[in-house]
Design a protein around this ligand. Structure first.
Ligand SMILES: *Cc1c(COP(=O)(O)O)cnc(C)c1O
Length: 378
C-alpha cells in the first residue's frame, strides 16, 4: 500500500489508490458478470442485498439505482403526497429535499445542532403540524443524528422515519447502525461515498417484509409480476449487476476503510488540537455516536481565506455546502425565503472539509496540518 508517493498536491480523495488495492478482485467479478450475459437483477444483486442486510443487522435490503432514489421510493411507498409535510434539515445534499418535492409534499426544515450538524431534536415540536407525515434525519459527514430521541418523537406522533445514510455507511448511534432505527434507511453508493460503486447505485434497508416487497415492485415500475401492475406505479430504479459486483468486492473492506478514516481523523484532531486556536473548531463526536468520517469538517470564521490559502498550496479543501437548501434560488421561488435557520446559515459560512480518505498518507496529513498552522500563525 505504501507504493503511493505524494505528488505534492493533496486530493480530497483518491479512488485510483483504492483501485490499486482491489483491482484484481474487481476484474474477476466484473468479468464473471460480463460472461454471464445477465446485467440487471441477477446473482450479484441478490448476493449484495443479502450481505448488505446482514452487515446492517436488518432483515432486508433492496438495491436501487442511486441514493436519491433510495430516498424517493420509501416516500412513494408510504403514499406521501401533495398536502403532506416531511421534516428534514436544510444542511444536506439537495437530494433529501428533492425527494420530498418529487412526491409533491413540502419539506419542513428543522435547524441543526452546532456540534454535530445533525437535526436538532429540541426543535421538532415547533415544526410539527397536523400535516406532518414523515421525518428524514440526515447523518451528515458520517456523524449520526440522535436516533434515540428522533424515534421517541416519531413514535409519539406516528411519523414514518426515513434515514438519509448516504454519508454514514457503517456509522452507529449507540450499539445500532444508522439506517435500522426507522422504517427505512437510504444509502448511496456514489463513487465518493464510504462504500462507492463505479457509477451510480443505492440501497434501502428495512426490517418489514411488506415494505421490502413493495420497494422491489416500485423499482421496476410497480410490476407485481411480469407486466402486471395492480397498485402504485413506480419508476425504473434498479441496481445493476456490474455495480453490485463492485460493491460485493468492496463491502468486505468497508469496516477496514472506515477504521482507516477514523484513525486519520483522530490524527488530524490530535495534531490540529495542539495548535490551540480559538478560531478553529474541530469535529466532535456526541456521546453515543460512532462517526465514520465521510468528511473531516472543521469550522472557522476565516473559512474563505483559509480555503484559498490551502488550495494555493495544492490542498483540496472543500465546502459542503456553500449555500443551504432553503437559501437556494429554486427554493426561494417556492416561498422558502421567510424561514430562518441560524445554525444552518452559520455552518454555510464556517465549514471546511480537509482531505480525508482511507489511503491518505501521514505525510500528506502532515502537510495539511502544517498549512493550517501556517495560515493561523501568519
Ligand atoms: C450523496 C447523497 C445523496 C444522494 O445520493 P446519490 O447516490 O448521489 O443519488 C443523498 N443525501 C446525501 C446526504 C448525500 O450525501
Amino acid at each position: 500500500m505504501q507504493t503511493v508517493k505524494s505528488s505534492g498536491k493533496i486530493p480530497p480523495l483518491d479512488l485510483v489508490r483504492e483501485y490499486e488495492e482491489i483491482g484484481p478482485a474487481i476484474q474477476t467479478r466484473v468479468d464473471r458478470v460480463l460472461r454471464s450475459g445477465q446485467f440487471i437483477l441477477g446473482k450479484e444483486v441478490e448476493e449484495f442485498e443479502k450481505r448488505f442486510a446482514q452487515f446492517y443487522g436488518a432483515k432486508f435490503s433492496v438495491g436501487v439505482a442511486s441514493g436519491s432514489d433510495a430516498l424517493l421510493l420509501p416516500l412513494l411507498e408510504m403514499g406521501i403526497q401533495p398536502g403532506d409535510e416531511v421534516m428534514t434539515t436544510a444542511w444536506t445534499f439537495i437530494a433529501t429535499a428533492g425527494a420530498i418535492l418529487r412526491v409533491g409534499a413540502v419539506p419542513r426544515f428543522v435547524d441543526i445542532e452546532h456540534s454535530s450538524f445533525t437535526i436538532n431534536v429540541d426543535l421538532l415540536e415547533k415544526v410539527l403540524t397536523p400535516k406532518t407525515r414523515a421525518i428524514m434525519p440526515v447523518h451528515i459527514y458520517g456523524h449520526p443524528a440522535d436516533m434515540s430521541r428522533v424515534m421517541v418523537f416519531a413514535r409519539k406522533h406516528q411519523l414514518t422515519v426515513i434515514e438519509d445514510c448516504a454519508q454514514a455507511l457503517g456509522a452507529q448511534w449507540g450499539e445500532k447502525r444508522v439506517g435500522t432505527f426507522g422504517e427505512f434507511g437510504a444509502f448511496s453508493f456514489y463513487p465518493t461515498k464510504n462504500l462507492g460503486a463505479y457509477g451510480d447505485a443505492g440501497a434501502i434497508v428495512t426490517n418489514d417484509e411488506k415494505f421490502a416487497k413493495k420497494l422491489r415492485e416500485l423499482r421496476t415500475h410497480g410490476a407485481e409480476r411480469g407486466y402486471l401492475y395492480e397498485d402504485k406505479i413506480g419508476i425504473n430504479s434498479r441496481l445493476d449487476e456490474i455495480q453490485a459486483a463492485v460493491l460485493n468486492v468492496k463491502l468486505d473492506r468497508l469496516s477496514r476503510w472506515n477504521d482507516a478514516r477514523i484513525s486519520a481523523a483522530a490524527y488530524y484532531t490530535e495534531r490540529l488540537g495542539r495548535f490551540n486556536l480559538p478560531n478553529l473548531i474541530l469535529p466532535s463526536e456526541k456521546s453515543g455516536a460512532y462517526h465514520v468520517y465521510h468528511l473531516y469538517t472543521i469550522r472557522t470564521k476565516d473559512r474563505d481565506k483559509l480555503a484559498d490559502f490551502l488550495n494555493k498550496r495544492g490542498i483540496a479543501a472543500g465546502i459542503y455546502y456553500p449555500l443551504p437548501i432553503h437559501r437556494q434560488k429554486a427554493f426561494l421561488k417556492l416561498g422558502f425565503g421567510e424561514i430562518s435557520l441560524p445554525e444552518t446559515e452559520r455552518a454555510a459560512r464556517e465549514v471546511l472539509s480537509l482531505p480525508l480518505f482511507p489511503q491518505i498518507l501521514r505525510e500528506e496529513q502532515d502537510s495539511v496540518i502544517d498549512a493550517v498552522g501556517d495560515y493561523f500563525k501568519r
